[in-house]
Design a protein around this ligand. Structure first.
Ligand code: ZN
Ligand code: ZN
Length: 246
């Protein structure tokens, strides 16, 4: 049997449950989404206790927000890249770097939220992924976790052997971010993000599953990468991350 993908929409987020021999999940949604998650999962054939790993594509609160609650309910471990652990665990506020006028307008609204209580996540990361990534074979999934920095320094993607790629915010393909598949409106390190896309495409990513919006074929991104007008702001210009006192 092939690898099955079950998209789970939680508010503006798209999380994914992936089932092969074993089951994993990509991203944990905004805070307080665990009940919605269980209810949506109950409409799939996957039982909560089958999920063995929650891969955080990065530490931002809209991806790590309910990860701990979902981990508590399912028994799944939480994986994040070493460079995003502090944000995922709530010691640092991850303020994304806008790359478009709309993103700058959004940050006017989101900035205080991210700096405040709602933007703090308290996931406990069990599996710290290094720059070399991690095979998913021990979780019964034919694929691997790759370090794909750019949206944040510690962004991860899951690339299945069949070419399905779960990329978090390496792309935005739906409201409220973008109207169609494209590069993300936020990225801390735009040059790294381009390189990460080059790597994913070289490694055979064919169908892209973003963290916000609908899946799409990889060619849509190849076109955006060639257009060259995206990614003029660097993290230092934006002043980046702010440390929160506990
Ligand atoms: Zn993000
Ligand atoms: Zn996001």
């Amino acid at each position: 049997m092939g690898t099955e993908v079950f998209p789970i929409s939680l508010s503006v987020d798209r999380c994914y449950v992936i089932r092969d021999e074993g089951a994993i999940m990509v991203d944990g949604g905004l805070p307080r989404q665990e009940k919605a998650f269980l209810s949506k999962l109950s409409k799939t054939p996957v039982r909560p206790e089958e999920i063995r790993l929650i891969v955080l594509t990065h530490g931002h609160f809209d991806h790590a927000g309910s990860a701990q609650a979902i981990s508590d309910m399912t028994g799944a471990s939480i994986a994040a890249h070493r460079l995003d652990v502090d944000v995922a665990e709530g010691r640092v506020a991850g303020l994304p770097t806008p790359q478009t006028p709309w993103a700058r307008a959004m940050m006017g609204i989101l900035g205080p939220v991210i700096r405040g209580k709602i933007g703090r996540t308290s996931a406990r990361v069990d599996v710290v992924v290094g720059d070399q990534g991690l095979s998913l074979s021990e979780y019964g999934v034919r694929g691997r976790i790759l370090h794909t920095p750019g949206h944040t320094a510690g962004s991860l993607s899951v690339l299945l052997d069949n070419g399905d790629a779960f990329v978090g915010c390496m792309s935005h393909s739906g409201p409220p971010f973008r109207l169609k598949p494209d590069l993300p409106i936020f990225a801390d390190y735009p040059d790294q993000l381009r390189q990460s896309w080059d790597m994913l495409l070289r490694l055979g990513a064919r169908r892209i599953y973003p963290g916000h919006g609908d899946p799409f074929p990889a060619e849509a991104i190849s076109r955006s990468l060639r257009s060259g007008s995206w990614g003029k702001t660097t993290r230092t210009q934006n002043a980046g991350t702010r440390i929160i006192a506990r």
